[in-house]
Design a protein around this ligand. Sequence first.
Ligand SMILES: [Mg+2]
Length: 255
Amino acid sequence: MHIVFTDLDGTLLDHETYSFEPARPALERLKMLEIPLVLASSKTEAEMRPLAAAIGIDYPMIVENGAGIVNMPDGNTEQDGVYDRLRGLLAAMDPALSRHYQGFGDWSDEDVADKTGMTLANACLARKRRFSEPGLWSGSEEEREAFAAVLEEHGFQAVQGGRFFTLMPKTSKAEAMARIAKSYTGQSDASVVTVALGDAPNDAAMLEQADIGFIIANPAHAEMPVSAREKAGFIKRSSRPGPAGWNDMILQLFT
Ligand SMILES: [Mg+2]
């Protein structure tokens, strides 16, 4: 059986309008073939649920950039309380270090809307965190290393993204993809073929690890570098950007 894992912004969702309408024919094809579609994004569960409902799917979702998996059929309670543990660790840390870090949990919806350009309603959903804490670092590089070392000691990692310095468990979108594929392998006799779609460097590990990868064109970013997997033919590129490219690649694969 196939399972499709997809990034959202700039991949299934249009970079500008956030619409997935151009991908409707491919989404219908997946539905007809009963192929699970796993959304994998930096967004929170609260942000992704309405989207899954609009697409008409109810599969596991990789949320908060791989920090957590929600909606697993078998339930996965071992991840419960991750966010509270992270915030607790910040509260218990030497203030000489922690005072240089501010995250979504320190900010109001208005603050997050200001810092991200989101609407207030979306900022409210983005603050409903369960597994990771995006924020900003204001100390020195040396202090930042000491701060990251404390997190490391407690089983967390600090990842510098384009905008935010994010604290999360030591996992990733790629690792979450492997866990979900494994859970489906357990349920069926057929082996699982993983298909991944993404548009940016934070999808690279997922694209590399998938059996079949598609890089969706995004004219707003620099081109993704060509990897050995791509040279070997396991990764292909769409010519059209966003959901139109997504539609092309999925229909090509499943026709
Ligand atoms: Mg993206």
